[in-house]
Design a binder for this molecule. Sequence first.
Ligand code: ZN
Ligand code: ZN
Length: 476
Amino acid sequence: MTQGTTVLGLAFFVTCAAAQTPNAQAVLRGVEALSPRFDKISRQIWESPELGWREHKSSALLKEELRAAGFRITDNVAGLPTAFTAEWGSGAPVIGIIGEYDALPGLSQVDLPEKQARVAGAPGHGCGHNLFGPASAMAAIAAKEQLIARKLPGTIRFYGTPYEEGGAGKVYMIRAGAFKDTSAVLAWHPWDGNMADDNSWLANVKADVRFKGSAAHAAGAPDAGRSALDAVELMTHAVNLMREHVPQETRMHYVITNGGSAANIVPDAAALSIIVRHPDLKTLEGLWERVMNCAQAGALATGTTVEIEIAAGYANFVTNTVLRDLLDRNLKITGGVTYTPDEAAFAERVRLSVGAGALPPLDAGSKIQAPRTTLSSVSTDVGDVSWVTPTGHMLAATFPPGVPLHSWQSTACAGTSIGRKGMMVAAKTLALSAVELFQNPELVKQARATFDAKMAGQKYRSLIPEGKRPALPAAQ
Ligand SMILES: [Zn+2]
Ligand SMILES: [Zn+2]
């Protein structure tokens, strides 16, 4: 099902809040020139939302543009069919820009300010990754053009990273050595405001816990049965008691994925999916051990067995003050988004439908906020990248202030010019920042020194077991 590209209102412009040097103007013009193509691509990805490991069309669209711009493509990175890199130039510095393009299950939504699925039950781009990949690809192409124009040495590399939403695609790419020669990496995320990140996103670990018992007639021979569901209940009870005795910033959540099939049969199989999060990877490891003990306790008390399979794990984000300041400085040059009257009316309807109390002012997206220092309670596998190479991360206002990620509201905005304006803020800021890194080798050195000082004595270790391969769809 295809809908026409929606542009709300007539004018498309991004305000410029800080003085622009002729150099900056050239970069911004370069990104603007790419806007018509990438507006279309972001909409195409939005119209064909693909879940993790299945992002074939989305990755192909970005690859085609990068190839046409002269980038060398490496497919199938880490054996993942929808992971790729695209690079231009040679030698150091190697500046990476990360792109994502996976969608979320069940969030299908039309581009209207009211809840309505395009296809009932289908995926949707509630995290705005249809904007994420295109903005990063635009930045990489615009940076390449400046490398040529200014005869600068180095390599610009776009990372096409699959399945961020629970698959930890970047962890497998790191293990395959995809980031081993990078001087610095830049990334962004769709948000409801514009700011550089100076905070830690939560590290997390997700596992499938499966209990096995013995089936029996629940009334006729209950003594012959061993209930796997009892084990699930005991484990979750233990986890819920544990909540009182964990650090404040901890998050623990689960769903029961198999609770048995009929009340008159003692369930011989039951399972849950559980996620535990904490801002510090080391603390998380300790918490995870306790949660796994809860699972063992459930099995021991019920005479069942337990099998634990770690499905994904994300590291916390290691901030880098040099790259934070670089992104903040360039965000101020780019400026925020300004809505047309039509966009403002759309945004207001969407915001009011959220119903989450007091809303920030509608024009908050036109401003650049100070780098964010408050803890983010969500997670990203960009965190893992930040453990292996200096990484800068920023947010851009693709959603009206107060609109949460992973909602029908954010999905709707991601398909409109509201989302695409935020995409341009990200593309311009990333392009300006990448070009500055190429022009100023001292900055790259400083970013590395900051990274080395912060990581002294620490070693990256994903909670995903070494050697584990992701569960790719059978069709591949
Ligand atoms: Zn998300
Ligand atoms: Zn996301």
